[in-house]
Design a protein around this ligand. Sequence first.
Ligand code: ADP
Ligand code: MG
Length: 324
Amino acid sequence: MASGELQFIRDLRNRAGHPGGTVRLGIGDDCAVLRPPKGHDILVTTDFSLEGRHFRRDWHPAASAGHRCLARGLSDLAAMGAHPMAAFLSLALPTGFTRRAANRKWLDGFLGGLLHLAKQTKTPLAGGDTSTAPGDAILADIVLLGSTPAGTELRRSKARPGDSLYVTGYLGGASAELAALASSPRSFRNANPAADHPHLYPQPQLRAGQRLRNLASAAIDISDGLSTDLAHLCEESRVGAIVEADALPLHPLLNNKEDALHHALHGGEDYQLLFTAPASSKIPRSIGSTPITRIGAIVRGKAITLRSNGTAERLQPAGWEHSL
Ligand code: ADP
Ligand code: MG
């Protein structure tokens, strides 16, 4: 898509603006040039956003698909306490895609959603690649670079028996909203990105992650669901955990829902942080406007237990897992 591609990149370059900060050279040359802050390590993460798998054009507003594409990567940076440095977007579009006005509008909305979150989080779009896709689906891959002061990143592997277990924000909202979206996509067409839409417009917890660098022992973001991500953290740390069902901060979208606990435990894509901290850490009640809730504790062994109303059962990971 020669001329289409050139025009597309020209427009994108204008919209992305002049980066500055750690990005010395952004879109337009063969490579971007970054200069990380002195004494910082560089953290790198990459995430696919594939049509039909991560978003649907008949469900998600274009801006939501773009927002979510970047938010997934930012949440990984948040989980390790990093400051975003730059984003790189590789995009494959079906052959002839931009010939149709409706498709151009979709692309415009996608980039608008992505660039709006990029601006909010000071994450310059510093490059990428553009190609035609072999099939009919839109394929996007985002690479994010971030930095932390050397050696201070938060890891999954440093939880210790006796630590308390916490989450940021609320749980289960994203999967509750996804269910509502699936049953009535039309009612979400004009969803306001600035309002609380936990599935369409999740807010990556960058500020919380950065603050937790000096307080938490281990952290992970909840992308696949609390039960699954807690199992990852416990496995990497070689510990077990006890979760108090009554303590889980349920998202208001779960009010009066019978399966509220199921959404909170196993619903994916909340993009909140799950973290552990020793008793000696003074964990604040909130970071910015995000509440912090203690939901349990880390214990010796391997078992992950859910306690509710005096009973205890094994908490099996039942969140998202790709079957390859
Ligand atoms: P090359 O062929 O040398 O790789 P390209 O023509 O692919 O260069 O890209 C030209 C410039 O536009 C590069 O700086 C590249 O990073 C940027 N670019 C291309 N596609 C995208 C995209 N989807 N998002 C952001 N930047 C892009
Ligand atoms: Mg290229």
